[in-house]
Write a protein that binds this ligand. Structure first.
Ligand code: FES
Length: 260
């Protein structure tokens, strides 16, 4: 039986789509992507051309063999890697130099059921969802999804206000007078309603913090910061001092203070 450690690799594409793939320690990231049917750019697959070069936002890897023309030692020291050579030693986040469309992949669609909905203040609604196939939904703290407003074909973008490890997911939604989502939340939405969303997306997410973290949030911009704070609180590897500056128009508009 294999005792091979498997890591989770987040491939962040230029169009904001992120895909997660499993990758064993004896496997290159390019092979793991290929197995997951994602065509990240490569050519020689031998560490010679540099076509696959990607920036590693976080995580550790064995860099493998390569020549200077493909990647210099300086680039390696500054966080670059060659996915055709790199084998993970931890979970990783890689910036891939192409779009998800060219890599023949794209955002995934999820179905969910409303488990909590209501105003947190005059200006902010909270929407909590239970997601079908929750284990299929991986995201980085800070990312967002596009929710299809029930009863319409239009979507609105909202950041997760919960950490990636939580069973349920939640969003903070601004009360926009006469807004499509606001009207649904105010007049129609109830526990048990079904909805659909697509994602995860976005390049605003928590990088491995090496220094004290300063978080700034205003209004419902608190949502991605809540997700980030939950990750910082729950991951003992992310042991850095954290300071939050959180603003709103009035003190009544400050929400989730107990959780903070
Ligand atoms: Fe040529 Fe990776 S594909 S260096």
């Amino acid at each position: 039986m294999s005792t091979q450690t498997e890591h989770k690799i987040a491939l962040a594409f230029e169009d904001g789509i992120t895909k997660f793939i499993p990758c064993g320690e004896d496997q290159t990231v390019a092979d793991a992507a290929y197995q997951s049917k994602i065509n990240i750019p490569f050519d020689c697959r031998d560490g010679a051309c540099g076509t696959c070069k990607a920036f590693c936002e976080s995580g550790d890897f064995d860099e493998g063999d390569f020549v200077d023309d493909a990647m210099t030692q300086d680039e390696l020291d500054n966080g670059f890697c060659l996915p055709c050579q790199a084998k993970p030693r931890s979970d990783m986040v890689l910036q891939i130099r192409t779009t998800s469309v060219l890599a023949k992949t794209g955002p995934e669609t999820f179905n969910a059921t409303v488990t909590k909905v209501g105003p947190l203040s005059e200006t902010v609604f909270e929407l909590e969802l239970e997601v079908e196939d929750r284990e299929r939904l991986n995201f980085l703290p800070g990312q967002y999804v596009n929710i299809t407003v029930p009863g319409s074909e239009e979507t609105r973008s909202y950041s997760f206000a919960t950490g990636p490890q939580e069973d349920k997911i939640a969003f903070l939604i601004k009360n926009t007078p006469n807004g499509l989502m606001t009207n649904w939340l105010k007049d129609v939405a109830k526990v048990g309603d079904k909805l659909e969303f697509e994602g995860p997306m976005g390049s605003f997410f928590l990088r491995e913090p090496l220094q004290p973290v300063l978080l700034l949030a205003g209004g419902t911009g608190l949502a991605p910061v809540m997700s980030i704070m939950e990750s910082l609180a729950n991951d003992e590897l992310l042991d850095v001092p954290v300071r939050l500056i959180y603003g709103a128009n009035t003190s009544e508009d400050l929400v989730r203070l107990e959780d903070i």
